[in-house]
Structure formats: structure tokens, C-alpha cells
Design a protein around this ligand. Structure first.
Ligand code: G3H
Length: 520
């Protein structure tokens, strides 16, 4: 599984050119440490360019020029042609599958199985997106006549999109906005996340070969140095950002005309599980374990607080910790490994702080004590957790699991109502009456209620969004196409002259918008 490191990437993509950068570079350290003699150090994987604001600004100008106020070849291109560019790109990227999977493992310590799933799921997502777009285009390949007006109604692009994905799904969540933005005719500026950045190196050439110049531009560097100034220009039409609400706020505020900026945001979440007294305990434990700890709890959809009814809480914790002790900790490429290092030592320091706060306030570590070694943090179960503890208030995004015992359902319900987040909830129980009493108010607090199952994003054909501080906009294979476009129509009064004009335009294939071509 070794890579040929250091991978010192000195290139970035602007206006269809792979440019060289000889300025400062940003070191990329792996969460994985290597032993050399007596010393154990994070593996230095390589570096990426730390672009200046001017260099990143050139990339923005390339995207602006390629869009050309909607007159560029890409936004005016026929949908079928854009689809074939994305198909070409998918073929080229698929050739890099092994390299990208290895980089995901080394850069963010995702297990081999999950890194493979991330790559394959992303390619499926692209294929499904193209199918959904064909359907959308087929439905729009006709004229409508209402009240004496003939119109053709389609979806048009919005402009220049800034795409920034998160470190936990550096490929999937970035492409889940980038690809729909592109196929709808927008031009893009892509900034990879801080961790999970080297994997974009092998893809630069694919972007260059598959898309016309300026349609995709890939920039690297410090967010404050390059992204702030880009937002301040006011030339970004859509911000597609998955990350913290703090950064989302900063970026939105930097835009001089916030009302012109459309934002598609995936931000924090603190999804709760509520385990009722009559829940199937084995099932609840199994789902809560994977729900809270797959990829070390570093999923926005992870279960981050478990409310368990007092009558079964002790048994739940006993079973949970016993199954947790069977989980294999180790390196991402190890067979059946489930728990791997966190991205850096600071993240482990934060986990320790949360545990220290909770134990000082009366919780005990119900799992096998506190085990931490550099970037590795063994999952810790805190029980009984109180709502006054930081772990019940902050999004831990890591392997610390608070179990809060409750007597009355008012406790979890009020906690969810008052939470700043509103993504999903998991309810565990078997009584139809009690479950329905919970489901109906919950659907107005969060955007997905999972019954006897952990929280999750997929299937990608289902809508994924959140209320309050968790999200803006909805993503799914088909929803994303809507998010990155706007309904637009060409209309005329129904008379002989106008009909003849439309007929000629369509017959002679003079317009890509006014067209009845059907994509097979
Ligand atoms: O981090 C948020 C991801 O979109 C969650 O996706 O539930 O499929 O792991 P997942």
C-alpha cells in the first residue's frame, strides 16, 4: 500500500493549462506515523502549492471568462455535448482509481474498504447524475401552449461556482456538487480540502483533457489567503461548501452582494439516537455502534449523542462497550480494521478535552479507559452523560460517544428542539403508538427520521439536507441538478408569424435552448 512519496505537487489548473508553481508550498502530513529508529513521526506525504491571492484570482478570471455572462461555449452548449465531456472525464478518472484510493487511505486514514466505497460511490453518483439530467432534458424537449402563449421551459446555469468539499469525504462530497454544477452549464473553481488534497493531483490532467479551457479550475492554498479575496470580488454566483458553519458564514459575508449569492451548504450536525424501553436491544446497539463510530465518528451523519431510556441504559452500555471492544483498531489497509487514526494530533487533543470535561462532571469512561497515542484515539463511551457536559453540546466529529439516560421523552425532545442543528434522528422502538407520537413532531425538527436504523446520507437518490444550522439547499442525484440551475423560458404569443419563426429555429437546429432534440 506504500506510495512513492514525497509527492511534491507543484501544479494547478487554470484556463485549461496545467501551470507550474514555484512559490511557497504546503506540507502534507499523513495521520499515519512511521517508525525510523527510535523516533515515530507522521509520514510526510508531500506538498501542494500554497497559491497567492493573485494566482488564485487568475483562476477565478478564467472561470468568469469561460462563463462569459452565460455566452461562453460551455453554458450555451447542448446538454448532450456536456454529458459526453463528463463521460470522458469519468473514463479518465476511473483509470486513476487505485492511486486515488491509496491517497485517500494515506491522507485521511480511511479504511481500504471505505476508501474504495467512496471512489466507486462517486463514479455511480456521476453516472446517476447524467441519467437524471437526460430525463430532465427529455421532459423539457417540447413546447407548451397555455393561454395563447407558446413557451419552451428549461433549466439554465447560474454562473461561476466555487466548490469546496470536506476532509472526511474529500472526493465524494466535492464531486456531489462539482459534477451537477458542471453538467448544468456552470463554470467552476475547485478548492480541495486541507486533508484529502493530494488525491486531486492525478485528476488534473483528466479535468484538462475532458473540459474546455476555464470550465474547471483547480486551486490550492490557505483558505483565508485565496478564498476570502475571491469571494470579495463578487464574481462567485454560487457557493457550494461542505464544512463548518463558521467558515460558511465568513465566506458568505465576504461577498459584496449577498442577495446575488446562492449558497448550497452542508454544515454541522449532532444527530441523536433515542432508544425506547421496548427497543430491540441487539439491533439498537449494532446500529448505534456503526452509526456513531464508522470512520471514527467523522461523518456529518454520525450519531453524536445517544439518549437511552433509564430502564435499559445499563444493559445498553454493557452491550455497546462489549461489542466496541471487538472492533479492530489499526492501519487503514489492515483486514477488517474499523478504527483508524484521526487526521492530526490536535483532533485527539480535542477528544481528550471533551472526555476530561465529562469525567470532571461525573461521567465515567465505560469503555476500555482512555487510550491515546499521537493521532490515534481509541473510542471512548461516556456514561452517564449530562446535557451540561461539552460532549452533549458540541459536535465532536470523532470517536467519543455520550450516552444520556432519560426517564421522560421530554429530555431528548427538548434537546433536539433547542439544538442549533437539524439534520437527522434515529428512533429505536417497537410500539407503533409511541413511535408515531415521536415521528410526527420530529419530521419538523430534522430532515430525516430513521426508524430502527442509524443515520446516513444514502441512497444518493434520496434527498439529503438539514434544518437550522445544518444545511442550506438539498442534495440528491436529481435535487443537485435543480440547485445549480434556474428555470428559464423562451415565450411568444401564439400567432402564425411566431409559430413559423419557432418552427424554423427548431427545424434548422439554430438554438440549443429552443430545441426538441431528444437525448436517447
Ligand atoms: O459526512 C457526511 C456524509 O455525507 C455522510 O454520508 O452517511 O453516507 O456516510 P454517509
Amino acid at each position: 500500500m506504500r506510495l512513492e512519496w514525497p509527492l511534491n505537487q507543484t501544479t494547478y489548473l487554470v484556463n485549461g493549462e496545467i501551470r507550474s508553481w514555484s512559490g511557497p508550498a504546503q506540507k502534507i502530513l499523513s495521520p499515519i506515523h512511521l517508525r525510523t529508529g527510535d523516533s515515530v513521526e507522521p509520514c510526510l506525504l508531500g506538498s501542494v502549492p500554497s497559491l497567492s491571492a493573485e494566482a488564485a484570482g487568475d483562476a477565478l478570471q478564467a472561470a468568469v471568462a469561460a462563463y462569459d455572462s452565460g455566452r461562453g461555449p460551455w453554458p450555451t452548449m447542448a446538454v448532450a455535448e456536456r454529458i459526453s465531456c463528463v463521460e470522458h472525464f469519468t473514463r479518465l478518472v476511473t483509470e486513476k482509481r487505485h492511486e486515488v484510493i491509496r491517497l485517500i487511505m494515506w491522507e485521511i486514514a480511511k479504511t481500504l474498504a471505505d476508501a474504495t466505497k467512496e471512489f466507486d460511490r462517486t463514479m455511480d453518483y456521476i453516472r446517476d447524475t447524467l441519467e437524471a439530467l437526460k430525463e430532465l432534458d427529455r421532459a423539457a424537449s417540447r413546447f407548451e401552449i397555455k393561454e395563447g402563449i407558446i413557451a419552451q421551459i428549461r433549466r439554465s446555469p447560474l454562473g461561476v461556482v466555487l466548490c469546496m468539499g470536506p476532509y472526511n469525504y474529500p472526493l465524494n462530497e466535492t464531486f456531489a456538487t462539482l459534477i451537477p454544477a458542471l453538467v448544468m452549464g456552470n463554470t467552476c473553481l475547485l478548492k480541495p480540502p486541507r486533508f484529502g488534497v493530494l488525491l486531486y493531483g492525478p485528476m488534473l490532467e483528466a479535468f484538462q483533457k475532458a473540459f474546455p479551457p476555464g470550465v474547471v479550475n483547480v486551486i490550492y492554498g490557505d483558505g483565508q489567503t485565496i478564498v476570502g479575496p475571491i469571494m470579495q470580488t463578487g464574481q462567485i454566483d454560487v457557493l457550494a461548501f461542505i464544512g463548518s458553519s463558521r467558515v460558511a458564514d465568513v465566506l458568505k459575508k465576504a461577498h459584496p452582494h449577498p442577495h446575488r449569492l446562492r449558497a448550497i451548504l452542508g454544515m454541522g450536525a449532532k444527530n441523536a439516537a433515542i432508544v425506547l424501553p421496548d427497543a430491540n436491544l441487539n439491533l439498537a446497539v449494532k446500529e448505534c455502534l456503526t452509526g456513531s463510530l464508522s470512520y471514527n465518528g467523522q461523518r456529518c451523519t454520525a450519531l453524536k449523542i445517544l439518549f437511552v431510556h433509564k430502564s435499559i441504559a445499563d444493559r445498553f452500555v454493557e452491550k455497546f462497550t462489549s461489542e466496541l471492544s471487538q472492533m479492530i483498531c489499526g492501519m487503514p489497509w489492515q483486514d477488517k480494521v474499523q478504527i483508524t487514526p484521526l487526521p492530526n494530533e490536535e483532533h485527539c487533543d480535542y477528544m481528550e478535552e471533551l472526555v476530561a470535561d465529562a469525567t470532571a462532571k461525573g461521567a465515567r469512561i465505560a469503555s476500555a479507559g482512555l487510550v491515546r497515542n499521537r493521532s490515534f484515539f481509541q473510542p471512548a463511551v461516556l456514561y452517564p452523560a449530562l446535557l451540561t457536559m461539552r460532549i452533549c453540546q458540541e459536535e465532536q466529529f470523532g470517536p467519543v460517544v455520550p450516552v444520556v439516560p432519560f426517564d421522560s421523552l421530554d429530555l431528548p425532545i427538548n434537546w433536539i428542539r433547542e439544538s442549533n442543528f437539524g439534520q437527522q434522528v434515529s428512533l429505536f422502538g417497537t410500539d407503533a403508538n409511541v413511535m408515531s407520537v415521536l415521528i410526527d413532531p420530529m419530521v419538523n425538527q430534522v430532515c430525516r427520521v430513521n426508524i430502527n436504523s442509524q443515520c446516513q446520507r444514502g441512497p444518493d437518490l434520496f434527498p439529503f439536507t438539514g434544518r437550522k444550522g445544518s444545511a442550506e439547499g438539498t442534495l440528491s442525484v436529481s435535487d443537485a441538478l435543480y440547485q445549480f440551475s434556474i428555470r428559464t423560458l423562451v415565450a411568444t404569443k401564439e400567432n402564425a408569424e411566431n409559430k413559423a419563426l419557432l418552427k424554423q429555429i427548431v427545424h434548422d437546429h439554430k438554438s440549443n435552448f429552443l430545441s426538441t432534440d431528444y437525448i436517447f
